[in-house]
Design a protein around this ligand. Structure first.
Ligand code: ADP
Ligand code: ADP
Length: 225
């Protein structure tokens, strides 16, 4: 069955409907691309699915949990333990080294420093960015920063990875490498991926593509890979 599923999602900002009756589901190990023009509601959908934004109508189910019915504290705890996030501009902590940035989510979960740094180093190697382990975000390239952001999202072993334009700041070669590593790592660990993008070449890394327009799902394209 599906790991994460939404029904009848609606969200309005002021007079602007951002989502209007959206259905969505993703299985473990599946990569779903959410496509659509700017302003169509992609980010709002991702934020509702991740429990960051509470929809006005509809439900989001994650495993046995009804996200929309949980308290803010329980939703935050679930996000921290089960979800990973990759955003367009890595959002790394500028004062911390690459290694410390990747180790941070483990430290916040209570993992001891040595063990957190051991696991962080493994992910930096896997993302082919261990050369930046000792450097701070201001000293590295955009491609290195985004790899570190991916390592940080994956280090806790999330069951769902949310990626919003994860390659938007990268040239196409670096972007494809990062996507290959992200989706490969997700398949290896049987994590689900929700990948928001407006680029067709990014969607080509998905198993299934949905197209959002004016807050509604317009198309579902299956079996791309
Ligand atoms: P996309 O990610 O496809 O660009 P968004 O989900 O960011 O689309 O936005 C969908 C619509 O909702 C747009 O009209 C946008 O301006 C509006 N919107 C999104 N977030 C907010 C917000 N926090 N406050 C007001 N309007 C918002
Ligand atoms: P995207 O690249 O996803 O389209 P945007 O630039 O539309 O991103 O939105 C960036 C952030 O600003 C999002 O968190 C969104 O919720 C918020 N946002 C978008 N539109 C508005 C708006 N009209 N008013 C307030 N916040 C907005």
């Amino acid at each position: 069955g599906s790991l994460l599923a939404a029904e009848g999602l609606g969200k309005t900002y002021g007079a602007t409907p951002a989502l209007d009756g959206v259905e969505f589901s993703v299985h473990p190990g599946e990569v779903v691309a959410v496509m659509g023009p700017s302003g169509s509601g992609k980010s709002t959908l991702l934020h509702c699915l991740a429990g960051i934004v509470r929809p006005d109508t509809g439900t989001v189910r994650y495993g046995p949990h009804e996200l929309t019915a949980l308290s803010d504290a329980r939703r935050s705890a679930l996000r921290r333990s089960d979800f990973g996030f990759v955003f367009q501009f890595g959002q790394l902590v500028p004062e911390l080294t690459g290694l410390e940035n990747v180790a941070l989510p483990l430290r916040l979960n209570g993992t001891r420093r040595k063990e957190a740094e051991r696991q962080a180093r493994e992910w930096l190697e896997r993302l082919e960015v261990d050369g930046a382990a000792g450097q701070r975000p201001g000293e590295i390239s955009g491609g290195q920063g985004q790899r570190i952001a991916v390592a940080r999202a994956l280090v806790t072993g999330p069951r769902v990875i949310f990626a919003d334009e994860p390659t938007g700041a990268l040239d196409s070669l670096n972007g494809e490498r990062v996507l290959g590593l992200l989706t490969g790592a997700a398949r290896d660990t049987n994590a689900a991926v929700v990948l928001v993008t407006h680029e067709a070449r990014v969607a080509a890394y998905s198993d299934r593509e949905i197209v959002v327009r004016d807050g509604r799902v317009k198309d579902v394209l299956a079996g791309l890979r």
